[in-house]
Design a binder for this molecule. Sequence first.
Ligand SMILES: [Zn+2]
Length: 438
Amino acid sequence: MKKILQKVLTFLRKYKIIVALAFLLAISSVSTVALANANSVVVKSDSVNVRIGPGLSYANMGQVKKGDKLSIISEKNKWYEVRLAGDKIGWVASWLLDNTTVSSTANKVGLIKVQNTTVFKNADASSDVLGTVSQSQKVSIMYQESDWTQILYKGTAGWVKTEFIEGTQETSGPDSAHNSNNKDGVKTVTVTQPSTKLRIEPNSNGRIVKTVNVGKNFDYLGKDGKWYKVRDSDGSVGYVASWVVTVSGTKNPVKSAATNISESTIIIDPGHGGDDTGAISSKKTYEKNFTLEYAQAIKKELEKTGARVILTRNGDDTKSLGERARQSSKIEADAFISLHFDSTSSSSPGSGITTYYYQKNKDGKLAKDINAQLKGVQIKNRGTQEKDLYVLHYNSQPSVLIELGYINSKSDYKHITSQKYKTQIAKAVTAGLKNYFQ
Ligand SMILES: [Zn+2]
């Protein structure tokens, strides 16, 4: 078995099938994946938030900018744990990064100077020992600070004492909000966090000169450790923490701030499918086909915001309600939206859109924000309603179920089958989610 695995690994290495390798590694760990070759990625969006945990719900600790290079430590739910300068660790949404530029050759190579150099789990000699590396062995350097160097060790990240490794002239490390990137062009420091303090000294105990808000600009004067020395337009000078600001040069200003929706993972659930046709219209068309069409339209519109969008089914598949709800919980979706079309058996069918939620605490705001945007579309709005529906009840994540009109109402059906209405729905749901995540 071991021999086979080795052969597979050799094959994969040869062809640099990084994704497959990460998958193999995933088998050996429950939820956290140590990435082997995929240890460096480049930021693709104008700016991306760095959070303290793997998801939108975790606090924002700073930002990285387009073109910044990050070292990956692990992965969870499509979020990467990355190392920033100063031994800080944060999480970024992987879909906002350019994974195609991943390459191990982009990293510096070091030569081990001492026989049986110990590899530690953390930059700390009292942390767990991962193993040893032999003298003259070449290792990939992921990140380096004065005393400790992070290397790629057996597909994961490990630390060795910098004094035991050679050819390790100061590396730039991952560029991030913590670095004084663009040494020449740096001009403006822009605050990204509310109630940011300008202090007299470069530390968090320094006396406060003033408190400023998001968007405030300062002139960049210099850097002291992890703090920037800045000047305000009124002439006052002080220090701001590098992790609550972004730095831009006049040539490459940050075009747009990171938006919360771009970091969100959204599940769109096209109701019914496969054996289950859902409601049938008087024209003998099926609800299951409309829900899929609408889900695809919403996905397309949502992806323009940068969000990660997943459909519970991509074709005419049979899928239980339990599977749909579990998928939402498993990937810790930030929002789950189930799509349906109503029908009534009475001779005078109803009309209108209804947005259902189950638990007010968990789902109420999502229902309210989406429904508010659904008021401008062609079919009349019946408002939000609390209802014990399976995909909402057994869903650990914020979730709603939207009935997008009555499939057996002549007037609703005319809109349901029109491109115009479908576009309106896609735009309205996207606008609602944008507000929800703000
Ligand atoms: Zn239905």
